[in-house]
Design a binder for this molecule. Structure first.
Ligand code: B4P
Length: 237
């Protein structure tokens, strides 16, 4: 009997998961195993997290800290769209029209962006989806894209923040960020209405799959981060 140990590094600082695989080999087999065939089944070991919540709930803020700690690939559709706008690409110019009005960018545009990004990160040990999916159609598309790669969503963490606190945060961010969607209170309120109508049903989608968990998103950034990490660590065990 030969025993092989695989260490999957999910946290760059610690090997969190050791998998023991016992392989029966013929008695006359003398050569050590020198290579490992990566099975698509290993893709199922990826940790894919969705950070969910209304505009300004702190998804971007927490994501920066989470990718550093867990080594996940950060996919923020908001950032990807803003890069397109900064580059004055046709996609960016189209997206800007929607974003400035507090509307969602059409599903096919953001789904296409995510599809491309997944393909660019074949080596990823997992993804952190920030601001995506924002509609049920996007959630269904994401599930399918991951399924094609033999993977799936591991956990959805929703940051809960009151509307008044959200307005305060976004108007405050608008003073320094230059983001046109953060400068007018009427546009911010419009984004909340869109969130309730289009994005909240995504929570139902993942609740049905028992992957959804709410986190209090008010308090210090570090306290919220610790709560988010505790939920992730529990799920990874
Ligand atoms: P996003 O870029 O996703 O951003 P957001 O929802 O506005 O903010 P987020 O939750 O990341 O808040 P943050 O950490 O920055 O979306 C922008 C637009 O892009 C959308 O309206 C839409 O038009 C378009 N879009 C994006 N994805 C799309 C998709 N999938 N489909 C269609 N359209 C899409 O925090 C906000 C502020 O709060 C910051 O100033 C931060 O410093 C502060 N803050 C964070 N945590 C705090 C805390 N604990 N206490 C106090 N302040 C805090």
């Amino acid at each position: 009997m030969i025993s092989l140990t695989f260490c999957i590094y999910i946290d760059p600082a610690h090997a969190l998961h050791d998998f023991q695989l016992k392989v029966e080999l013929p008695k006359d087999f003398l050569n050590p195993v020198r290579y490992i065939c990566f099975s698509p089944r290993l893709m199922a070991l990826m940790f894919n997290l969705i950070l969910f919540g209304p505009p300004g709930s702190g998804k971007g803020t927490q994501s920066e800290k989470l990718v550093e700690k867990y080594g996940l690939v950060h996919l923020s559709t908001g950032n990807l769209l803003r890069e397109e706008i900064a580059g004055k690409t046709p996609l960016g110019m189209e997206a800007k029209n929607f974003m400035d009005k507090g509307q969602l960018v059409p599903d096919e545009v953001v789904i296409g962006m995510i599809d491309n990004s997944l393909d660019h990160h074949k080596e990823a040990i997992g993804f952190l989806f920030d601001g995506f999916p924002r509609t049920v159609a996007q959630a269904v598309a994401l599930d399918k894209l991951l399924e094609l790669k033999g993977s799936s969503i591991s956990l959805v963490l929703a940051l809960e923040v009151s509307e008044e606190e959200l307005v305060k945060r976004l108007l405050n961010r608008g003073k320094t960020s230059g983001r046109s969607d953060d400068t007018h209170e009427d546009v911010i309120r419009k984004r909340f209405a869109v969130y309730q109508r289009e994005t909240e049903p995504v929570a139902v989608h993942y609740k049905q799959e028992k992957k959804f968990q709410s986190i209090k998103g008010e308090g210090s950034v570090d306290d919220i981060f610790n709560t988010v990490c505790a939920a992730i660590d529990k799920k990874m065990k």
